[in-house]
Every structure is written in C-alpha cells, then in structure tokens.
Design a protein around this ligand. Sequence first.
Ligand SMILES: *Cc1c(COP(=O)(O)O)cnc(C)c1O
Length: 367
Amino acid sequence: MTVDWLAKAVPQTAALYPYVPGKPIEVLLREKGLSRAVKLASNENPYGPSPKAVRAMQQAAAGVHLYPDGDAGALKRALADFHMVEEERIIVGNGSNEVLELLIRTFAGVGDEVVYSQRGFIVYALAAQAAGATGVAVAEADGLSHDLDAMLQAVNERTRVVCIANPNNPTGTLHGVAALQSFLDALPRDLLVIIDEAYYEFVATELGDTVALLQHPGLVISRTFSKAYGLAGCRIGYAIADAGIAALVNRFRAPFNVSLLAQAAAVAALDDGEWMAARVADTLAERDRMERALQALGLSEGHSHGNFVLLRHGDSAQIAAALENRGIIPRPLAPYGMAEYLRISVGTAEENDLFLAALTEIVDGMA
Ligand SMILES: *Cc1c(COP(=O)(O)O)cnc(C)c1O
C-alpha cells in the first residue's frame, strides 16, 4: 500500500520546498569526471577557521561521548563579554539559521504575517511557511536593495516578525545605521524585528556599531560563525535579543542544539579576532578585484558588501553550466526570482583567478 503522507502532514507542507544549497564539490567531481573543483557557491570562508579553533576542536574531540553543555554557558559568556551585553540576552543555535527559525516559530503562527524583502535571504520565507504563517514579500525599489519605507507600509496588526538581512544575501546591499534607526523608530516597540548580520564582519568598518540599536526592545541581531570565522561546517550562530525574547526561544530549542565541537571552536574563534580580521581584509581586496574584472566584462551588477559578488547576464544559466564544466560551482539565483544572476563567493586569489579565466573564456566564446 502506498500511503499519501502529504495528506497526513500539516497543511503548510504542500507549499514547502527544501532549501536549495550550493552543489557540493564531490557531486560535481563525480558528475563531470573532474579531478579538481572550486566551490564558490555558499559564501564560505576559503581560508578555513583560525588554527586556534581547529586545535580547540581537536582537544575537545576526545570528549564527544558526553553531551555538550546544554546551555552553552562558556560560549554565551564569551559572546556576552564580546558584545558587552548580559548573558541572558544571547541565543545560540545550530547555525544562525536555527536561531532565525526558532525566533519565527516562537512569534508567528497561522494567521500571522512575517514581513521580509522579496530578494532578501530566502530562509525567512521558508521559516514563515513552515510555521504556518503568511509571508509578506516586499519588492525592492531598485531591484536589489530592501525598500525600508515599503516594508514599514507592509506592517499591520497581523505582523509578528520583520526580517532584514544587512548586508543582504544574495544582493549584497547594505543599509546604514541611521536608516536602520529611523526604521526601528517608526515601528511599535513590541514588534519583533530581526536584523540578520551574517556578513557583519565584512562591513564592521563601514557600518560601525549596530549593537547600540538594541535599545529598541523588539530588535534581535543575529550573527554567525559560518562566514568570516570559517566555521560553516560546525553549524554555530547566535542572536542578541531582549532577555524576555531569549527566554521564550529557549522553550522551543531542542536540548543540546549546539554540538560540543561547535561550542569549543566558536569560543576559540571569537578569541582570535586578529586572524579573522586578516582573512576578512584578504577577502575584501579579492572581492574588489573580482568586481572590477566583472565590470570590465560588462557583467557586473551593483556593489556587494558581502564576501560574494553578483554577475548578471541574459543567459546566466549557460554561463553557470559552462563554469561547472570547468570545475567551478557558482550559485544560480533563480530561486530568488533572479534568473539573470549568478552569485559568486569570493575565494582565494588562486580560486578567483581560475574563475575569472574560465569566465573570460566562456564569454568570449558566446560573443
Ligand atoms: C549564510 C547566511 C546565514 C546562515 O548562516 P548559518 O550557517 O546558519 O549561521 C544567515 N543569514 C544570511 C543572510 C546568510 O547568508
């Protein structure tokens, strides 16, 4: 007997689709029979984590027969000290992705609305749907940048959560602190606003301090160790929120949601800010070089504030396929309704050289 499991699942399942991640290197190697591939699809740190984080994991490895600290006390204390906030205000998760999902699940359900930007990070839409809430996607005025005024207009009495990615993935756009402050000032103080700062470390210098915005009680700032800190494979992210919000999210959190290795790695990585800052500087220099090269090819679109660049071409699918044939994995943006775009993560100088050489060859061949 074949069971129609969809008929048994919660109603919102029908409209859900799984998050589409970047293609893993092993898959491309197998598909194409290649010996080397470069993944520029998931905005990972190509240099890896701080060696101190690797050592901390090695030391912790012998203890993984025991559950980790379920409250992630050492990590929360380290984050609280780092940000000069009370420990009760820190939420940690299996990637900031889990923190975002927990926040949305805690505050939005059937009949509630979650407001985000149409080309904002796709996880907000997926999390809202999974929670049974109604996603409200607000169009960008210029095709790339969150339209904060239009987002304010979209807020009504059914709105429970507003999500902003700053810088945004995949568009790379950034709003300054003054614009964010005016946005918050125009909203009720008890409305949950998430500012997702997964790429904060790449804009720290130009954006300045955003933690001060937390004077607004409904604001939650989320960050991750996956990007600048190079710990994507550990799955560890966090948020700073009002202590009351953090306490409620804890009720939805699974026990031991952050692994022992992830906790150890994150504490050590946070402590090695110098190493992280040097890798960020390398990445920013490479990003600017890539944007100039794309400009010279007539394929550049906007300016990215993240560790990735945007490529725009009428036949981007053909370019993506040709790049994969040459062992380079880009990220097509069709799931964002941006079929003409590819997102390319900034790799090491050598990886970027390989990408730019392949791209030049492909574009020359298309002309
Ligand atoms: C990568 C990313 C995240 C999620 O990262 P985690 O690995 O789950 O911490 C969150 N928001 C944005 C905008 C991202 O690009």
